[in-house]
Design a binder for this molecule. Sequence first.
Ligand code: ASP
Ligand code: MG
Length: 437
Amino acid sequence: MIVMKFGGSSVSDAARIRAAGEIVRGRLAERPVVVVSAFRGVTDELLGLARDAQHGDLSRLAALRRRHEETADSLGVDRSLVEPLLLELADLAKGVSLLKELTPRTLDHAASFGERLSARLIAASWAKAGLPARAVDAHAAGLLTDARFGSANPLPEAEPAIKAALGGAQDLPVVTGFIGLAPGGDIATLGRNGSDYSATILGAALGASVIEIWSDTDGVMTADPRLVPEAKPLAALTFEEAGELAYYGGKVLHPHTLVPAVRKGIPVAVRNTFKPEHPGTAIAPSRPSAAAGPRSIAFKRHLSVVTVKSPDMLMGWGFLARIFAAFARHEIVVDMVTTSEVTVSFTVDDPRRVDLAARELGADFDVAVESGRAIVCVVGEGLRDTPGLAADVFSALKDAGINVLMISQGASKINLAFVVADADVPKAVSALHKRFF
Ligand code: ASP
Ligand code: MG
């Protein structure tokens, strides 16, 4: 069997939904399980509605209702199919407006309507077109998660539950992406763009031969095309390369997406719904063109650099352990780390709790925070073993007049990463792209 996931732009309106159905029709012999996102833009609207509702503003409800009713009409599907969900959504928004309180759990519940509505409409439309489609909510598909609302992960019990729910399905299940069922019966979301992750969770549990992520690009690109118009799609990537790119916000894949696929060694293909004949990017344990060298330039913006200094660190021991333990206790996610004899610098996504960690470390440690930083990284198999690569990278940056603030290479063999001022990201990415591609 295979898993085919269609993202928001692949199901943005009736014409796109029909086109996706034809792509699926051509693959029925491979027994697809389909995963769908909400219609393009709907998740943002739902989150906006939930936030507005806290202040008594329910005005976004009407547009959300209209969007789904009109799509139903264009698909020739009965509006009554989505009525119960639209009423439930209105009730939820009303509840939030009365309580004037929005918990992460309620926010996830609100966000879940996008996929629940889209799966029903898409399955009904495909069924009308003669496909054996049926909508399946993630909870009925066995996608059991923990209760980390907003970024849930699957529980070990999910795998047997998914197998029991969908294993050997003879029809065409159209499963809601993005959501799962948390203990206690609540809906939890897997995080923004989480439908990719849903697809690999299901594919790994069901032993898919391939997991296809259908979106609106020709695959994973050599750089973000919004920054580098001449960026090109990559035919193949290794799991490791794709993992680094996803982590650095390669935009095409949700960061956790590859974990289930890697665990089971299942290839992932990134394909373009607008160009089904394009081969896209094949992500697998290894790639055919094994030549070492840069494959893609990625970046992560809006970071802060924390520098911790202590004169006592000189020839001392246990300092790093104390520093990172303090940051861990405040659940601060640390990315890149560099050390000298008396200082350690590291990047964090969110500087809000740094003060608390600093206070805990006490007067022996001097903690400074610089905001407006970004990590740029060059990813490619074998980079660490490529002579002259660092010289190429840093001379390109020098020629572009960019100051490098921190450097990290070697932790991963396939990634050379460095920190620059956030505002330098577009210049840095274009300069490197020009140098290597
Ligand atoms: N609809 C969700 C989002 O917009 C999940 C997804 O599209 O993958 O984040
Ligand atoms: Mg999406």
